[in-house]
Design a protein around this ligand. Structure first.
Ligand code: NAI
Ligand code: MG
Length: 367
């Protein structure tokens, strides 16, 4: 099978982390006949430097044609002054919009070797494996009206509007239920139906979708603020959490910190399945940014990027065994005591980006 990947490494540590994924791709092509066909493009500040836009039309077309996009990170102080429409983040927003990536998947996994470095007690996070499914293209970040009105008496009014239509809730709920079936078969939906009309609708539509199509999955509902509390109190009660754009933004950052460093966290953003082929557009990226403070030093943690590639294997190419093996390779390398600077702990062995990448490739090959 041919598997078309577009690599958009971006700025700062993006290319350094992507280099380690390229090693994995080359090895899988050479030794496992994986058949990845890769193309590369520019996004973010480097794209602006090359042609004045955060992503070119040519690279957008490549993204639309690819089976999956691997994205590094964009931005940095160098581009602080560029016009708003072409700022580095605009490249990522354009990709999300044109590819209609409405489902953002953020796993929070606690690797056993790192349980003691969590901000919570080890017993609370040890073995943690939850998945937050955040709606990404609707809600208060996009709803209209969205403006600042001058009230004329020295006062201004800032307005954002939370809007959700039935189809938007149905499709994100569908993703959550489908994913739950491949995991522990449990979904918790979070909204604030006590104070928001969109929350009432969210609750209704999730409940109906469950009843109509996924009655085999265990469904619960929680108010989003209580959900935040429960995430910190006893996160292992959850399997899949499904929530809107705003609550998902915050809850996924809370969940992220249960497990340690930004350098460890992968994500996936998925579009709707093509009615003919069943395949979805998808973009995989680490949660972290371009880390200008450490860029160019070769010391960034490549695990978030590598774990994003593992998600790509799982969700875009149905290479479940390979994805499991790659995640196990990451866990084993951490068990063996190797650490990049950001996750360094007493008694561990500090390594650089390339050494961490090489160790994971070797472990993956050996498993
Ligand atoms: P950041 O995630 O780049 O860095 C925050 C802190 O975490 C820094 O101290 C950094 O050194 C550390 N860190 C992040 N990833 C790491 C890794 N893989 N290994 C080791 N340490 C790591 O966030 P920050 O500093 O707020 O933003 C820096 C730039 O990145 C800004 O221009 C921002 O706009 C951009 N950004 C881009 C994102 C994206 O491309 N999706 C997401 C977040 C920020
Ligand atoms: Mg956020």
């Amino acid at each position: 099978a041919s598997r078309k990947l577009l690599l958009l490494a971006g700025d700062g540590i993006g290319p350094e982390a992507m280099a380690e994924v390229k090693k994995l791709i080359a090895m899988m092509n050479a030794e496992m006949a994986a058949g990845f066909e890769t193309e590369e493009g520019l996004v973010g500040g480097c794209a602006y430097d090359a042609h004045g836009k955060a992503i070119s039309e040519e690279d957008m077309a490549k993204a639309m044609a690819a089976d999956a996009v691997l994205f590094g990170a964009v931005g940095g102080p160098k581009w602080d002054g560029v016009p708003y429409e072409v700022r580095p983040e605009a490249g990522l927003l354009r990709l999300r919009k044109d590819m209609e990536l409405f489902a953002n998947l953020r796993p929070a996994i606690c690797y056993p070797a790192l349980a003691s470095s969590s901000s919570l007690k080890p017993e609370v996070v040890e073995g943690l494996d939850i998945l937050i499914v955040r709606e990404l293209t609707g809600g208060v970040y996009f709803g209209e009206p969205k403006e600042i009105i001058d009230l004329g008496n020295g006062q201004k009014r800032g307005i954002d509007t939370q809007v959700y239509d039935t189809f938007e809730i149905e499709r994100i709920a569908g993703v959550a239920f489908e994913l739950a079936r491949t995991r522990q078969n449990k979904v918790c939906s979070m909204e604030k139906r006590n104070v928001m009309k969109s929350g009432v609708l969210w609750n209704e539509v999730v409940t109906q979708t469950h009843k109509a199509k996924y009655p085999d999955v265990e469904l619960s509902h929680m108010l989003a603020d209580a959900g935040g509390m429960q995430l910190v109190r006893w996160p292992k009660q959850f399997d899949v959490i499904v929530t809107d754009n705003l609550f998902g933004d915050m809850l996924s950052d809370v969940a992220a910190m249960l497990t340690g460093s930004l350098g460890m966290l992968p994500s996936a953003s998925l579009g709707a399945p093509d009615p003919k082929t069943g395949s979805r557009k998808a973009l995989y990226e680490p949660v972290h940014g371009s880390a200008p403070d450490i860029a160019g030093q070769g010391i960034a943690n490549p695990i978030a990027m590598i774990a994003s590639f593992a998600m790509c294997l799982r969700y875009s190419f149905n290479m479940v065994a390979e994805a499991d093996r790659l995640e196990k390779a990451i866990a084993d390398v951490l068990d063996s005591g190797l650490r990049t600077g950001d996750i360094m702990s007493p008694g561990a062995t500090q390594v650089n980006t390339q050494q961490m990448g090489d160790a994971i490739v070797e472990k993956f090959r050996a498993l």
